[in-house]
Ligand binder design. Structure first.
Ligand SMILES: Cc1cn([C@H]2C[C@H](O)[C@@H](COP(=O)(O)OP(=O)(O)OP(=O)(O)O)O2)c(=O)[nH]c1=O
Length: 188
């Protein structure tokens, strides 16, 4: 059975590889990721994952897409390439708990869409000015939801996580495996 990963994220490809899954094709979905006014973070993540999966044409193949959102209360924090915005985001996350929502959609061979949502809680230490500066200098925050990447230096700034490491990183592997199996994909 053919599997298409509808993602431009190297993290998602890497995470799939960890469970022995190599997609037959990787086709990034080009969709508008602007949140709707007042849209709640879990609703937004689920909608965007579904839209990414639907945007990739793959008749008869399975299509997997995901969306990861860092949320402070009802606020969706940005995925940015701008250092000032990254600093502001990290200042907001400093010393407090936040949620990471990773939604996945799998379109099965019959064209039906299946959805799962993984929710994690992450608590960062309170950052000193030097810690913030050196994290920003690392550049690891670029293009990552919430301006950090748990799979890099940020892991050493995190006091606790509750939930799914792979979900925080971008593709919750438990939910992914569950949906792939249910769709008849052979995971070996
Ligand atoms: C919170 C967090 C996010 N991220 C990344 C995963 C995603 O690539 C990105 C969230 O943005 P997404 O919009 O979910 O994904 P993307 O635009 O990078 O890729 P695509 O839509 O094509 O699939 O943030 C990490 O790598 N580590 C983390 O700890």
């Amino acid at each position: 059975m053919r599997l298409v990963l509808a993602s431009s994220s190297p993290r998602r490809l890497e995470l799939l590889g960890r469970i022995g899954v190599v997609p037959d094709a990787v086709i990034p979905a080009d969709i508008d990721e602007t949140p709707r006014p007042g849209e709640r973070p879990p609703i937004y993540a689920a909608r965007v994952a579904a839209e990414k999966a639907a945007a990739v044409p793959a008749a008869g193949a399975l299509v997997l897409a995901a969306d990861t959102v860092v949320a402070a209360g009802r606020r969706i924090l940005p995925k940015t390439d701008d250092e000032t915005e990254a600093r502001r985001t990290l200042e907001l996350l400093s010393g407090r708990r936040h949620r990471v929502l990773s939604a996945i959609t799998l379109i099965d061979a019959e064209g039906r869409a299946h959805h799962r949502l993984s929710t994690s809680i992450v608590t960062f230490k309170r950052f000193g000015a030097d810690e913030l500066d050196s994290y920003l200098a690392s550049g690891e925050w670029r293009g990552k939801a919430g301006a950090y990447a748990i799979q890099g230096r940020a892991e050493a700034l995190i006091r606790t996580i509750s939930g799914s490491f792979s979900g925080i990183m971008g593709l919750p592997l438990y939910e992914t495996r569950t949906l792939l199996r249910a769709a008849g994909y052979d995971l070996g």
